[in-house]
Design a protein around this ligand. Structure first.
Ligand SMILES: [Zn+2]
Length: 439
């Protein structure tokens, strides 16, 4: 029997035992057993095959139980999720969050990157993967300034360029693309570095891809390729069928940019070698960004059933106020293109976790760190903008009501986990004098 089945039977056995004893929990004077109960929501937890109305109980920052009808009196705090979807905390496998104020630093310590906590929780994300902001030279700075100071779980695809994604000539320096030193940094920061990024190189050589794949093979991590801009253009077919390994990631799937062959051909068909690449295990990532999602590509591709394996934002200052907006807007686009809701959720939870080889994430396993999101699916008439200036309309749109990170409520749009203000006692300043913090 599967773990899920065993767990379900165990929780069923407990429920039956409690019912048989006629016990009502908690017993007077007994402390509630759970810190938070997310009650009455439709749980979609693809890794565990859960898809139905269930309650999720959390204690000590971990998922304590997922079962039908857990008594509200057993929890200190209850979030009413009726009519809403409860999903594992979303994972964005393509974001740019190495924020800073340094000159000429683009997405590697510059202001074009985004602050993780300012964007993550409000759209249900508990894990953001920065792709290529830092290279082996400045990864310690990224860890110190961003990973260690964010409440969002921040992971990294380290850039094959030692200086990271600083733009301009820095990213064109083949001499700074070192497989050995990149692999050393990955081994040093195993918990934080989950892949290697190649992007923006415009020369005619394959070397950046080859060196990234070499470092990835040495360390067992995937490579993500932002392909294009090569002069003369390199073969997309060779990239997908010869250079990338199964499990490597092709991002900006629905882009049509200078110097890169688009996945949909002149006759509106997905190229046969793109289908072949999917068959051999290459992962296709949406990577919406500020210039990489065109309905002219996405509509014909998805009509053929070519949906993304993972849906990501490519979050940065050039995408967040354009057609991209946030992860839920990008997920809603695919929902309206015909991708079933369960598949959309799977892409950003179980699949994303598998792609970055972090099976501890993207699920509601009992005992897992309690990261989850409660989403509302609005029905109505909505507009969605692509990066070419076009618009599509749709009838469904996701919005985040509640986000929980490591058991703590970090976002609550309409206060579904909060008590009415009249029930909250007024502030009590009598206990201890207020300490000044302004010195
Ligand atoms: Zn990007």
């Amino acid at each position: 029997m599967s773990d899920t089945g065993v767990r379900f039977l165990c929780s069923l056995a407990v429920a039956v035992a409690v019912a048989a004893a006629g016990a009502v929990l908690p017993v007077a004077g007994q402390e509630p057993q759970y810190d938070l109960l997310v009650k009455g929501g439709h749980v979609i937890d693809p890794k565990n095959g859960r898809d139905g109305v269930m309650d999720v109980a959390i204690s000590d920052g971990k998922i304590a139980a997922v079962a039908p009808a857990i008594d509200a009196s057993r929890a200190r705090r209850v979030a009413d999720a009726s009519g809403l979807y409860v999903v594992p905390g979303l994972i964005d496998i393509h974001a740019h969050v190495f924020y800073g104020t340094a000159d000429n630093s683009y997405l590697s310590g510059g202001p074009t990157a985004a602050q993780p906590d300012a964007h993550s929780f409000r759209s249900g994300q508990t894990t953001l993967v920065d792709v290529g902001g830092a290279g082996w030279r400045n990864f310690p700075q990224f860890k110190r300034e961003i990973i260690d100071t964010s409440r969002t779980r921040v992971l990294s695809f380290i850039n094959i360029v030692g200086n990271g994604m600083k733009g301009g000539p820095v990213e064109q320096d083949l001499a700074d693309m070192d497989a050995k030193l990149t692999a050393m940094r990955i081994r040093q920061f195993r918990d934080h570095i989950v892949g290697i990024k190649v992007a923006h190189y415009s020369g005619p050589e394959w070397d950046p891809v080859l060196r990234a794949v070499q470092a990835g093979t040495e360390t067992g991590v995937p490579v993500m390729i932002d392909f294009g801009g090569h002069n003369p253009p390199l073969s997309l077919e060779d990239l997908l069928l010869k250079h990338l390994r199964p499990g490597d990631i092709f991002t900006h799937t629905y882009a049509h940019v200078r110097g890169r062959i688009p996945i949909v051909d002149e006759n509106g068909k997905v190229r046969p070698y793109v289908w072949a690449a999917r068959k051999r295990g290459v992962i296709f990532d949406a990577g919406h960004g500020g210039g990489s999602f065109l309905y002219r590509q996405a509509v014909p591709a998805t009509k053929e059933g070519f949906f993304p394996d993972v849906i990501s934002t490519d979050l940065h200052a050039g995408s967040m106020n354009g057609g991209m907006k946030d992860i839920l807007n990008v997920m809603s686009k695919f929902l309206n293109l015909g991708m079933p809701l369960a598949d959309v959720i799977k892409a950003n939870t179980a699949t994303a976790a598998a792609v970055i080889k972090r099976p501890d994430l993207g699920n509601l396993d009992v005992g897992a760190e309690a990261d989850l999101a409660v989403l509302r699916l609005h029905k109505g008439s909505f507009g969605f903008v692509d990066t070419g200036g076009g618009k599509a309309t749709g009838t469904q749109k996701l919005e985040c009501e509640l986000t929980v990170r490591a058991g703590r409520v970090v976002w609550d749009l309409n206060g579904i986990s909060h008590r009415p203000w009249e029930e909250v006692p007024p502030p009590d300043f009598s206990a201890r004098p207020r300490r000044s913090t302004s010195r």
